[in-house]
Ligand binder design. Structure first.
Ligand code: KIV
Length: 273
């Protein structure tokens, strides 16, 4: 197995993602919400950073993604932008800032692009948000779609279980992916759907498909960084692979720090002025 060496000099663009799909190179995407983490992920060579509204869960501690506001997303996005040299930065338009109102969608997207300096936005939904997607695209803002399990619709779904297991929902999902491609979206995230369906979608559209819990027959993968690095501890869905146990490492470090203070071991003479 060869070690992947990212091209440091070139910034990742939506066109490059398309070219990656064409040549069969998988796209690696992770979430980021702050400057320090974004800097680490970018230096490691990640292709796409998603300023996800999952910040509502992993940063703010909310149960769902619904409470996060447009202002808060812009704050996270602008922090990420300052830490990145190479990756494409995509920002979720949060719940209540685009659904059912294409003018508001455009205003929200423009605020994100102008105030954060990010490169693209992501919106959850298919046919039902077509007008909003088209209006945002008409302003020259690249849009990534998001189908399957859409966390902003959790109260409609009622559960975080796998979506589109039934034929009717699977057929609608394929249609929605085609609608998003027709509109001009540059990529689509497919969340928590059967691998066989994700494969069908990937083969039925020309734009890159990024999976999370959608199996391996897609053009790339995304995970929530806090989950894959083991900062969050109790979230363990089947699709998640943990690449580190940072929770344990941080716990050991913090306990050692507390001990050193209690034992008057910190700071030492060398650490004093
Ligand atoms: O908000 C988020 O982190 C996401 C990913 C799970 C795709 O939308």
């Amino acid at each position: 197995m060869s070690t992947y060496q990212p091209e440091r000099a070139r910034k990742v663009t939506t066109h490059q993602l398309q070219a990656m799909k064409m040549r069969g190179e998988k796209i690696a995407m992770l979430t980021a919400y702050d400057y320090s983490m974004a800097k680490i992920l970018d230096a490691a060579g990640i292709d796409v950073l998603l300023v996800g509204d999952s910040a509502s869960n992993v940063i703010a501690g909310h149960e769902t993604t619904l409470p996060i506001t447009l202002d808060q997303m812009i704050y996270h996005a602008s922090s990420v932008v300052r830490g990145v040299e190479r990756a494409l930065i995509v920002v979720d338009i949060p719940f209540g800032s685009y659904q059912g109102n294409s003018r508001e969608a455009l205003t929200s997207a423009i605020r994100i692009m102008k105030e954060s300096g990010a490169h693209a936005v992501k919106m959850e939904g298919g046919e039902e948000i077509r007008q909003s997607v088209e209006r945002v695209l008409s302003a020259g803002v690249p849009v990534m779609g998001h189908l399957g399990l859409m966390p902003q619709s959790i109260y409609k779904f009622g559960t975080y279980n796998v979506r589109a297991k039934q034929e009717a929902e699977a057929e609608q999902l394929i249609k929605d992916a085609q609608v998003l491609e027709e509109c001009g979206c540059f990529a689509i995230v497919l969340e928590k759907i059967p691998a066989s369906l994700a494969k069908k979608v990937t083969e039925s559209v020309k734009i890159p498909i990024i999976g999370i819990g959608a199996g391996q027959h897609v053009d790339g993968q995304v995970l929530v960084t806090h989950d894959m690095l083991g900062i969050t501890k109790d979230f363990a869905p089947r699709f998640l692979r943990r690449y580190a146990e940072l929770h344990e490492i941080m716990n050991i470090g913090v306990k050692a720090y507390i001990q050193d203070i209690k034992n008057c071991d910190f700071p030492s003479e060398r650490e004093s002025y």
